[in-house]
Design a protein around this ligand. Sequence first.
Ligand SMILES: *[C@@H]1O[C@H](CO)[C@@H](O)[C@H](O)[C@H]1NC(C)=O
Ligand SMILES: *[C@@H]1O[C@H](CO)[C@@H](O)[C@H](O)[C@H]1NC(C)=O
Length: 687
Amino acid sequence: MPFSLLYLGISATAYEETENKRKLLSLFCFFSLPHVGYLYSLGKLVELISTYQYSEKSEQAVLTPQFLHVITSQNLQCFTVRCSAAAARGEDPYIDTTVKACPPVTLDVCTLRMQLFIGPRAICHFKNNIILLTKADTEDITERRKHTRRMLSRKADSIKSRSNSESEPGWNLYIINTVSTIQLYREMVEYSRTYETVKTESCIHLLSEAHLLVRAAIMDPHFLKSDEKEDLLRAFRESCAFLGDCYSRFDTKDYHLALPYYRMSGLSITEVLKRLVSEGDEIQTYERGFIFYLTHSLNEDSNEELSKESGNKVLQIFYLTDPVQLPDILCSPSMRNICPLTAVKYLQKVEKMMPSVVLTLTKAFLALKMGNLTMYEHEMQSYKETTLACGFIGQPRLLQQRKEGIVMPTEFAVHLKEMQPGLLVAATVALHENSKIELEEADTFFKMLCNSSENTIPQLLVDFWEALLVVSSQEKILQELLLRVTSQYVWRISKKQLPETKPLKTTEDLINSCSHFGLIVPWVTSIMSVGCLSDKDYHEDISRLQSLLCSQSINIASALPVLEPLTEADSVGLTVRVLCNTRLGKYEEAIDQLLSRCPDVAVFYAQHELKGDSQALWWNKLLPELCKRTRLTGNNCPVLISSLKETLSMVAMELELRDFLSLLPEDGTAAFFLPHLLHCSQRKLLT
Ligand SMILES: *[C@@H]1O[C@H](CO)[C@@H](O)[C@H](O)[C@H]1NC(C)=O
Ligand SMILES: *[C@@H]1O[C@H](CO)[C@@H](O)[C@H](O)[C@H]1NC(C)=O
C-alpha cells in the first residue's frame, strides 16, 4: 500500500464530565506518499503543519494524537506530531500571551524510535497498542528472526508475537505496547540534560517534545478517568518549569517565554529564584529571560511576599542588570520585607548616574519606612511641589498598592494626607489625567485614607474633585464632577455640616481658576445679605453652590434632583431656585418667586437679567404683577411702591407713549402715574 490518507480529530472532552458533550477542537488530515508524508490541520484554513521524510519506502501509516507510526518493508518508525500544539491553540485563547505558552506548531518533528521487523505488511492501533502484521519470505527466515529479536531485546517484555502456525512460518502478529507517556516523558527529560550546557536550542526542542507529549495525553478524552491523571498533571507543570528554566538561562530570541512557562508551572517567585540564583555567587550573570520574568512577576500585584533575603537578592540582581528599574521593583508589594537601608544604598548609587524624580520619591518612601523624617524632608525638598506631583505618574504604587485585589493607600499617602494634603491631591489629579487612576478608584482611595465610611465623603475627596474640575477637559468627567460637588455642597448645607478639614481652595480661588465657578451675580448677594445669620457658618459651601449655578458649565436639568433637599423657605433655597429658573429661561417664575419672598430684590434682578429678548417681561410681567400686588396690600408696603416706581421709570424710558398708556391700570391713581407719563412724553419729544 504505497499511499495513505488518514483523519484525526482531537476533541475537548478533557475538561468535561460526560463524553456526549464532546466538542471537536481540531481536525487533522495526514496524507502519505511512498517517501514523504504531510500533516495538515483542517480549520478555517487548511494548513500544512509538518512534513515527514521516510528513510525508505513506506507501506502504511497510523496517526494518533501523540505519534505517527509508519511501516516500511523492514521497520516500524515512530515520529512526533504537532496535533496537540495545534489543538491547544484552538482550545485556549490565552496561549501565546504572557499568561500561557505552548511550543509552536511549526517546531520540527523528530523520529523517536525505529524498530526492525521482517516484512511488516499492515499496522493499526488500539489504545496504547500497536498491532503489526508481518510476513517474511521462507528463506533466511530463521536467521533474520534471530536478528530481529536481538534488536528488540530491550523492549522484549512489551512485544508479544504469536506465530499462527509452525508449518506456515511466514505470518506473524505483533502487539506492541507503546511506552507510557510518563515514562517516555522522563526519558526525554533525562536525555535533555546531556544538552543542557552545550546546545541550547536542542535542549529546548527536546523539552518541548516532552511537553507536547504530556499535553496530548491531558487532552485525551480518557484523561479524566486515567490512573495517571495526577502524574500527568505533575509532569505537565514540571515540563513548564523546565522550559521556564531554559528560556531564563539561555540567551535565546524567545527569552520572553520564560514568563508564561513559569506561570503555568505554578512555581512561586521564591522557588524560581532558588532554581536560578546560586548561593553566594556575586558575579553570576543573569540573562534577559530571567529579568523579563522577574520584572513582570514583581510588577503584577502578586500576593507573594518575598523574604528579606530573597528581596535583597532581587535588588542586587536589578542593580547589576537594569538599575533604572529599581524604583519600580521597590514599589512591588512582593518587596515589602526588604531592608530599606540596603535599598536606599542602591538607589544612591543609581542616582549618581541617573537622577530622577521617581527615584527621589522612592527614597522618600523608604525614608518614611525607616522612620527617618530628616531624610524624608531632605528628599522632598529636592524638587518643586508640581514636579513631585507629576513624579507620581512614573510610579503610582508609591501612593497606593493593591493587596488581595483591594487598593490600599501606602504609608507615603497617609503621611502626605497629614503633612501635604495639597501635594497628595495634586498627585492624584496628575494620576487621573494620565489614566493611572479612575474616578471610582480615587473615591475608594480617599475614603480609605480618611477612614470614612462608605456613605460619607471626606473633604479631601471634595478637594480632589474641585482640583480635577480645574484641569479636566473631558465633558463627561466634568459633568460627573459638577454633580458630585453640587450634591456634596447641598448635603452639607442642608444637614448643617461643616467640612471635617479646611478646604484646600476658597470659593474665590475656584472662581479665579476655572470657568465652572462663575462670579456670583449681585442680586444673589443682595438676597443673602437680608437672609438670616445662621447661614454664616456654611457661607463657603453656599457661595460655592451659588457660584456653580452662576456659571454656564453645569447642566441645570440634571442638577435639579440633586438640589431638591434645599428647603425653599430660607434665602439659600430661594437663590438656588431663582438661579435655576433663570438658567432655564423661566423668568416669569423667577419674578413670581422674588416678588412673593423678597420683593425688594425683584427690580434689581430685572435690571440684571431681563435684557434683550426677555426685556418685554418688564412691562408684560413685572409691571402688572407690581400693580396687582400694590393694589392688594394698599399703601402698607413701601417696598412694592418704590419697586413699582422704578419699574415705571424703566418702562417709560423704553416704550412709546401710546403703548405706555395702554399698560396703565384703569383704576389707577392719576397722581401716581402722572410723573412717569410726563417723563415718557418728554423723552419722546426730545428725540
Ligand atoms: C537619617 O538619614 C540621614 C541621611 O541619610 C542620616 O544622616 C541620619 O543618620 C539618619 N537618621 C537616623 C536616625 O537614622
Ligand atoms: C477608623 O474608623 C474606625 C471605626 O470607623 C475606628 O475604630 C478607627 O479607630 C479609625 N481609625 C483611625 C486611624 O482614625
